[in-house]
Design a protein around this ligand. Structure first.
Ligand SMILES: Nc1ncnc2c1ncn2[C@@H]1O[C@H](COP(=O)(O)OP(=O)(O)OP(=O)(O)O)[C@@H](O)[C@H]1O
Ligand SMILES: [Mg+2]
Length: 440
């Protein structure tokens, strides 16, 4: 096809030049005739090129030509047709995606890197009270003003989701998750989690109420068992009474742990957040536990633990003193109970380290350590590494769940490093925003 177009173009030039040369020969000026022929063919070419230019700028019809210009126009027309088809297909696809996003129950918002709103779907209007006509182009923090959201959005670390009350409807709890999208956009997904929160609240209340109700009967049973233990009875019954008494003690501590956990879970509002000195609090926890020697349910007493405490520091923490104290007690108690080698005393080492991003507090032991497959589960409620061993020591598996919750209230996470046969180190870092120095 291309070859034919070239041939036609050349034939056309040759024909015009030959005709003009022949005409020139009749006037005995063949050269002049040839030049005029060339000029004419050039002018005709310009004319067709001009038609092509006009057509390509939508200023005229496509050039009707059988030469190179016509051939080029044909190619362009065909390419345009293919492109148009592609665009139509993609527009249809885009429309379908947009309709899909629009019909989602979850709110989807697209903001630019700085946080200005580019687009949002209908569910966002329902969940956050956005208005299509006025809110496009607004900054997201003008629309969701909750300080927790503003802090979350500006921090730029979106590894976790955030739950907050909808600014639009009372009692509507939404979960917000931001995801980086391309290099200069962010997608914000907003989900209604009111029902899930309600069920969670019911669960917490139930555990709290049941634990509370169990406390009184347990105290009564324990009182009677203590009375019986003081009386004169035959050794068989005495042994049974002692075991019953130990089991009720265990139940009491379980109920207390459950109550503690449910209190921690329900105090997400951060009531009682204040500055307190760390060192005296740590010293009290350590002193209380120095005298603690775990006794197994079979009556075996473990050697007294050796506790080293390098906590000399003048830091103050913004948080909940009783929760930090409970974290330390749980970690130290665990280190005393599980951080020892068979027949040896536990060696517990408490340390405090200053990092740029906060203060790291660690409780380490030199016990048997924990196998890696258990590490991720240790903070789950009722999780114990070795059911049979732990039940003889008397653990209920709630201690580290309490620690995790208490740390969440301090924007910190529990880090567990453990090597089998060498020991474990439980540590957490209180972020710099929650730390100040008394001397400064
Ligand atoms: N320092 C440690 N060394 C080895 N294992 C540990 C250590 N600390 C905790 N564990 C393991 O983690 C499990 C969970 O600990 P957690 O404190 O949650 O429960 P617990 O001590 O069994 O019971 P509770 O603390 O409620 O009395 C323990 O049962 C134990 O197996
Ligand atoms: Mg424990």
């Amino acid at each position: 096809m291309q070859q034919i177009a070239w041939q036609r173009e050349l034939l056309r030039i040759i024909f015009i030049v030959a005709t003009a040369t022949a005409a020139g020969m009749t006037f005995e000026r063949p050269l002049l005739g040839a030049l005029i022929g060339l000029a004419v063919s050039q002018i005709l070419m310009f004319k067709r090129l001009n038609e092509l230019f006009k057509w390509s700028n939508n200023l005229g019809p496509a050039p009707q030509d059988s030469g190179l210009v016509g051939y080029s126009a044909d190619i362009l027309i065909r390419k345009e047709r293919v492109l148009n088809k592609k665009i139509a297909r993609q527009t249809k696809q885009l429309k379908r995606i947009a309709e899909g996003i629009e019909s989602l129950q979850d709110g989807v918002l697209i903001v630019d890197q700085a946080g200005y709103m580019n687009a949002f779907n209908r569910a966002s209007c329902h969940l956050l009270g956005l208005r299509v006509d006025t809110d496009k182009g607004q900054h997201i923090t003008n629309l969701i003003r909750a300080p927790r959201f503003v802090k979350y959005f500006e921090k730029g670390d979106y590894s976790e989701v955030l739950e907050l009350e909808s600014p639009h409807r009372l009692n509507l709890i939404v979960q917000v998750q931001v995801t980086q999208f391309g290099i200069d956009q962010k997608v914000i997904i907003v989900r209604d989690v009111t029902e899930r929160q309600r069920v969670e609240q019911m669960r917490q209340n139930f555990i709290g109420d049941v634990s509370h109700e169990l406390r009184t009967p347990l105290t009564v049973v324990n009182g009677y068992l203590e009375m019986l233990a003081d009386s004169d009875m035959n050794p068989g019954i005495m042994r049974a009474v002692r075991q019953m008494s130990e089991q009720t003690e265990r139940m009491k501590s379980l109920v207390n742990d459950l109550l503690h956990l449910s209190k921690l879970e329900s105090n997400n509002a951060g009531i009682g957040n204040e500055w307190f000195e760390f060192q005296p609090l740590c010293a009290v926890s350590v002193d209380q536990l120095r005298a603690y020697t775990p006794v197994s349910l079979t009556g075996e007493k473990f050697p007294e633990a050796v506790i080293h405490c390098d906590c000399a520091s003048d830091i103050e923490i913004l948080g909940f003193a009783d929760e930090i104290s409970s974290i330390l007690s749980n970690l130290i108690t665990n280190a005393i109970k599980y951080g020892r080698k068979e027949g040896k005393a536990a060696q517990v080492h408490i340390s405090i380290k200053d990092h740029n991003h906060g203060i790291e507090i660690a409780v380490a032991d030199q016990g048997e350590g924990i196998a890696p497959n258990h590490l991720a589960h240790l903070t789950e409620r009722f999780y114990r590494v070795d059911e049979s061993r732990e039940s003889t020591i008397g653990g209920s598996g709630l201690g580290l769940a309490i620690v995790r919750h208490a740390l969440e209230h301090h924007d910190a996470q529990l880090k567990i490093d453990s090597t089998l046969g060498r020991g474990s180190c439980f540590s957490f870092t209180i972020p710099a925003e929650r730390i100040r120095y008394k001397s400064q």
